[in-house]
Design a protein around this ligand. Structure first.
Ligand code: UVW
Length: 319
C-alpha cells in the first residue's frame, strides 16, 4: 500500500487560481488536474521531504505544544446523534486493564476533514469522484494522509491579540487574505508557500472558560470569527500555495455561514485542501506572544483508517 512522503512535487508547476479550469456549468474553479490522476492527497502533496527538512530547522528550543483537545471535548449530549460525546468503557482486570469506545464520532473533537467529507453537489468529491467510487475503492480516505504524514511549517495568526481590548469573540469577523497578511506583518512573520495556517480566533478560549453554559455553546448559528468564505479568499489561499488551514473554532470559518460562500464546499472538494477544526492554540499562542516567534514545525498524524471521512488530529507544534 502506497505510503510515506517520498514523492517529489514541484510547486512551480501549480497554476494560478485564474488559470484553473471551471467546473462545468458553474463559475467555480477546480484543481483536479494539478496533482495527477488518481491523487488522494490534494495540497498535502506540498509537504515533500525537502520541505520537511527545511521546516524542521524551525525547532530551536526543542519545546513542543499540544494542539488537540481532550477527546471528550467539546461536550455534546449523549444520544443526540449529532457527534455526541463517545462512551468510554474501561475494563479493569486482574492483570491490568483494557478499554473500548462506543459511538465515537471521528469529527467530534479536534479534527481533520478528509476529502470525502464534502462534495461539490452532483459534480462529486475531489477530482470528481462519486460516492459509488468511494464505497468500492480506497479513494480519498483519511488513511492516505496518515501514511504520508503531515509535517511542515505552520504560522499562527492570533486574532484576539491583533485586535486588542475591543476584540469580541461573538462578532462574526471574517478573516480574508489582506487581514491574515496584516496579522502576520504585526506579528513579524511571513506567510510562505506550503504553509499551514493556524487561525486563533479566541473561540476555544471562550468555550473552555464558559462551561456553565453547557453544550449549547456549540451553536453554529451564533456569530464567531473565522476564515472568510468568499471566492477571493479561496483565490488568496490557492495562490499563496497554502497547504491547509485550521481554526480553534467550530468550523474554522466565520459563522454563521453565508450560503454559497463557505470554504468547506469549495476548498475541500475543488482544491483538495483540508480544513482543521476545534484545534487548541492557547498554550502555543501564549508562548508566541512571549518570544515573538509565530512560525513552528507542525507534525500531525490522522488515523490510518481506511475510507475515513475525518480524524482526530494528534498534532504537535515544535519550536
Ligand atoms: C461544520 O461544523 C460546519 O463543519 P464540519 O462538518 O466540517 O465540522
Amino acid at each position: 500500500m502506497a505510503g510515506s512522503n517520498q514523492g517529489s512535487f514541484d510547486i512551480n508547476t501549480v497554476p494560478k487560481y485564474r488559470d484553473l479550469p471551471l467546473v462545468e456549468g458553474t463559475d467555480e474553479r477546480h484543481a483536479w488536474d494539478v496533482f495527477g490522476p488518481g491523487d488522494n492527497l490534494g495540497t498535502i502533496n506540498y509537504l515533500t521531504p525537502e520541505h520537511v527538512q527545511e521546516s524542521v530547522k524551525l525547532v530551536k528550543r526543542g519545546v513542543c505544544f499540544n494542539l488537540d483537545l481532550p477527546l471528550d471535548q467539546p461536550e455534546r449530549p449523549q444520544g443526540s446523534g449529532n457527534r455526541a460525546t463517545y462512551q468510554h468503557n474501561i475494563y479493569r482486570t486482574d492483570g491490568g486493564g483494557d478499554d473500548s469506545i462506543d459511538n465515537f464520532y471521528l469529527q467530534s473533537s479536534s479534527q481533520f476533514d478528509a476529502l470525502t467529507h464534502v462534495r461539490f453537489g452532483s459534480r462529486g468529491f475531489y477530482q470528481g469522484v462519486q460516492v459509488e467510487e468511494l464505497d468500492s475503492t480506497d479513494r480519498l480516505g483519511i488513511d492516505h494522509w496518515s501514511r504520508h504524514g503531515i509535517a511542515g511549517r505552520a504560522v499562527l495568526l492570533d486574532l484576539p491579540r491583533f485586535v486588542g481590548p475591543t476584540f469580541d469573540v461573538h462578532e462574526r469577523i471574517a478573516m480574508d487574505g489582506p487581514m491574515m497578511e496584516a496579522i502576520a506583518a504585526k506579528q513579524g512573520v511571513e506567510i510562505k508557500p506550503k504553509d499551514i495556517i493556524l487561525l486563533r480566533t479566541g473561540w476555544m478560549n471562550w468555550y473552555l472558560n464558559s462551561k456553565e453554559l453547557g453544550p449549547e455553546r456549540m451553536d453554529i448559528r451564533a456569530p464567531q470569527p473565522g476564515l472568510d468564505g468568499s471566492r477571493e479568499t479561496a483565490e488568496w489561499m490557492w495562490d499563496h500555495r497554502i497547504t491547509f488551514f485550521a481554526g480553534d473554532n467550530i468550523a474554522a470559518e466565520a459563522l454563521p455561514p453565508v450560503p454559497r460562500n463557505f470554504q468547506h464546499r469549495r476548498m475541500v472538494p475543488l482544491f483538495g485542501m483540508t480544513i482543521g477544526e476545534l484545534w487548541d492554540f492557547d498554550e502555543l499562542a501564549e508562548d508566541c506572544a512571549k518570544d515573538g516567534v509565530y512560525e513552528v514545525f507542525l507534525v500531525a498524524k490522522p488515523l490510518n483508517l481506511p475510507q475515513g471521512v475525518g480524524s482526530p488530529i494528534n498534532a504537535l507544534a515544535f519550536k
